[in-house]
Design a protein around this ligand. Sequence first.
Ligand SMILES: Cc1cc2nc3c(=O)[nH]c(=O)nc-3n(C[C@H](O)[C@H](O)[C@H](O)COP(=O)(O)O)c2cc1C
Length: 201
Amino acid sequence: MTVKCRIGIDEQDEDADLERFVEQVAAAGCETFVIHARKAWLQGLSPKENRDVPPLNYARVHRLKAQHPELHIGINGGIKSLESCQAHLDAGVDSVMIGREAYQNPWLLASVDQALYQRPGPATSRHAAARAFRPYIVERLAEGARLNHVTRHLLGLFQGCPGGRRFRRHLSEHAHRDGAGIAVYDDALGLVDEERLAEIA
Ligand SMILES: Cc1cc2nc3c(=O)[nH]c(=O)nc-3n(C[C@H](O)[C@H](O)[C@H](O)COP(=O)(O)O)c2cc1C
């Protein structure tokens, strides 16, 4: 069992109440916590606003880890680079959870092995990653999945690259259609010039 929670809600005290909560849940047998380092304001903010508006308090999560070396404490919230992942790990937490950035810029994850574990990553380029992913898509389609249910997670693959918008737009416009097959994916990939990208890199 793992628990993911905020550092508090509404008027709760970020120190005493979080500590009490973690102690009680740990006493029930949970050893792994992921803490989104901001409060949720249940009175007055929407779920979306609650992901951005309440201020981040990373130091509170670092302190929680220092107070509970026996627990696995992961940190989450607003983390967008592998440099900041490393900084949080250096501050003592056991793991880092990346939410929206992994979605908006999935290529970030291709550098995790190299940057954090000093070992080669799974793909040398965005195109190589896209090609390696292709058989998985074909398998899902054969099972009856719709193309967009798979490709929606890839829309940000070429974020910031020449042709990235064309790739995204092609998938957005065609992958949800009845009968959309792997050719839609291949066509989308063809809209991003691999050689040009390699030159820029
Ligand atoms: C569309 C969306 C749905 C989410 N649903 C959940 C959820 O069901 N349970 C949960 O614990 N967090 C959920 N989250 C919050 C994320 O897990 C994460 O805590 C939050 O986005 C902050 O991390 P980030 O800044 O890295 O995205 C959701 C986030 C988004 C953007």
